[in-house]
Design a protein around this ligand. Structure first.
Ligand code: ADP
Length: 159
């Protein structure tokens, strides 16, 4: 049986923190789908296709990773794909409560699909897409926070 996991998120845009979780998750599962959620309530800077394209570029060297854009309920999506697991990254304690709520709700929706949490790599514990956007707006150096292609895309948005 192929072990399939979904790594969901907004990825607005993808950072080295996300990429670290994706790379580590891809070592444990046979296949990993990075699912870009089109959450309009978050007023994203990049539209869902731009976010998807950036993710495709930065994961191109990972043969068992694919990228998909989706709307709607994560658990319905995961079920439709036949996934066994959801992978989420955990940074500070502040992530914990939110993740607890979502995970217990997701378990109610489908208790066959497990959620796995991966602790952030220390060097990325304070890294988020929002911080990156904030810093990029002021043209500060973000080369150690995001891949070069994402840095270029941010520069274009804020030029
Ligand atoms: P969401 O809007 O669902 O929180 P994000 O795009 O912010 O989506 O994050 C997607 C996933 O990546 C989440 O599980 C989040 O905790 C994780 N993540 C984001 N940044 C980091 C980081 N620096 N280190 C580890 N995990 C991270």
């Amino acid at each position: 049986m192929t072990r399939l996991a979904i790594c969901p998120g907004s990825f607005d845009p993808v950072t080295y923190g996300h990429l670290d979780i994706i790379q580590r998750g891809a070592k444990v599962f046979d296949h990993l789908i990075v699912a870009v959620f089109n959450n309009q309530s978050k007023a994203p800077l990049f539209d869902v296709h731009e976010r998807e394209a950036l993710l495709e570029e930065v994961t191109a060297d990972l043969p068992n990773v694919s990228v998909d854009a989706c709307d709607g309920l994560l658990m319905e999506y995961a079920e439709g794909k036949g996934a066994q697991a959801i992978i989420r990254g955990l940074r500070a304690v502040s992530d914990f409560e939110y993740e607890m709520q979502i995970t217990s709700m997701n378990r109610k929706l489908n208790e066959e699909i497990e959620t796995f949490f991966m602790m952030t790599n220390n060097q990325y514990s304070f890294l988020s897409s929002s911080i990156v956007k904030e810093v990029a707006k002021y043209r500060a150096n973000i080369s150690d926070l995001v891949p070069p292609t994402v840095e270029k895309a941010l520069q274009n948005k804020y030029k």
